[in-house]
Each structure stands twice: as C-alpha cells, then as structure tokens.
Design a protein around this ligand. Sequence first.
Ligand code: 13P
Ligand code: SF4
Length: 309
Amino acid sequence: MDERRTKAITEQILQLKSERKAVFLVHYYQRPEIHVLADFLGDSLGLSRQAAATDAQVIVFCCVHFMAETAAILSPQKTVLLPEMKAGCPMADMVDVDGLLDLKAQHPDAAVVSYVNTTARVKAESDICCTSANAIEVVNAIPQRKVIFVPDKNLAHWVSRHTDKTIIPWEGFCPPHDSLRREMVLALKEKHPNALFMCHPECRPEVIDLADKVVSTSGMARYVQGLPEGATVIVGTERGMTERLRRDHPNKTFLIPTDWLLCPNMKKMTLESIRNALETMQPVVRIESDIADRARLALTRMLQVVGGS
Ligand code: 13P
Ligand code: SF4
C-alpha cells in the first residue's frame, strides 16, 4: 500500500477508534503500520493482563484468534473485535479435546498446564494457563508433581530443563519457530562472530542450546534495551519482532536467520480489516458461557501466580 493510502486509512481508523472509545491491543508480530495504532504493544502475557485490566468497552485485538479469545474470556461484558477471524494459530489447532481428555484419564494425578496458544475449549479442560514468559514459574508454582503440558513440545522441553517435575508434553509445535535450524544460526555466527543469539522458547532444544538468551517477545525487547550501542543480535523469533527492534534501536544490528520465521496468520490483519471492523463493529469474538467460565478459572489462576489479576 502506498504511503498516502496508509496515512488516509490510519486517519479513518483513529477517528473511528475515538468514536467507539476502543482500545487497541497489538502483538509484536503484527505489521509495522499496525504497531503504530497500539495503546498497548506486547507479548501474550502483557496482552492478557491489559485485556483483564482495561476499562474500555471495546477491545480491538490485533493478533491471532486464541489471544482475542483470551480477552473475551477475561472480559465477557466487553466487545472484543478480531478484525481477521481467519487469523488462527496452527499450533493451537494441534490439540484435540478428546485426545486431551484421554491423556487426563491416563494421568489422573497430573495437572494440565495449557499454553495460552490454545482454544477456549482446551483452556476449559486445563488447571492453569501459562505464556512463554511465565511457563517455568507456573509449573513450579502448582502443587502437582506431574504436568501434562499442551500444546508446544519445544516449550515443554524448555520448561523441563528448569523443573524437577515430570512433564508429559503434547506433540504440538509452532511451524515458524520449529523451522529454525541449528545450522542456520551457526552459519550466521560464523559470519558475525561477535553476534549474540536470542530466541523464543518455541524453538527446538538444539537451537536453544546455542542461545545467549531464551525469552518471550517482551523479554527480547527488555534484553535488547540493556545491550550496548553497536551490538549485533541474531533474532530467533517471528520477523515482526525483528522489524520492531530495528525501528527502536537504529544503532544496533538485528539479523534474521531464515525467511521461514514468518507467521502468515499474524500477517493476515490489515489496516483495511481493522477499519472495516470498527465501522461495522464486527466480527465479535464470542464464547459459550459454560466454556468461558471454566477457561476463565485457568486464566485467572495464571494471573494470580504471576500478577495481573
Ligand atoms: P509471546 O508469548 O512471546 O507473545 O509469543 C506468542 C506466540 O505466539 C509465539 O509464537
Ligand atoms: Fe501460532 Fe507460531 Fe504464529 Fe505464534 S508464531 S501465532 S505460535 S503459528
């Protein structure tokens, strides 16, 4: 889209936003032209906290479906707009509820810890939720010694390195993060021997072994803030984050190890879809109340463990 058109649609959105008294919650993986609309830009934990805390009656969630569902679960009396309903998360879709119920029946003494990257139905069958920022803290805080961890096997593996509890992983994964290979990072490190490597815990264990820092997206923003000017960092997460870091830190260098680190679902959201959603006040994320009530328990337990409730 050319610059003039981007500016014109942005102005229309800001006008509608003020008329609707809407708040914009935006994930780091969104497009740069959407970042500028954010009242809050952050990771999935920060977005959950904001969704629970905001006074606004209308929340425009610029992210993927499970994150908007989280907002609708936490704030059932508010209108949660997800301008692109087809923006799903393939990893969240890798858990089927029947399979989870079977696993629970096999391990009746285990707690189900579900990553927020799950559907409301799966959260409703969970004891507690977690995000990439607090998964270790959540697993260590609960009383059970055995944990069924859904859906990300890589995050489950990362957690298992930081707890003495038994972790039973679901075999899900995030396609973009799981596509990052050790050789790709090593090739960049050879070209840039002073570069630091930070990655998201959704990366494979053998990739995590190479990292100087393993953190959620907000954790990456904080880590980079503390680095000296001139630092070079290889970024092992979706490229929206890298683009944001480049904008915020023009005197630091950020390297992308592979073009596969792109989440097509996060990129489905456009300025046009946001403008249309505010004009029509559609599509609204709705969840059956009995499922929402049970899912809310798992989410509020997480917010009580890590603060934010
Ligand atoms: P964050 O918890 O870092 O926001 O990550 C969410 C996500 O979808 C990562 O792929
Ligand atoms: Fe899902 Fe991965 Fe996209 Fe995050 S980056 S929304 S986990 S597919």
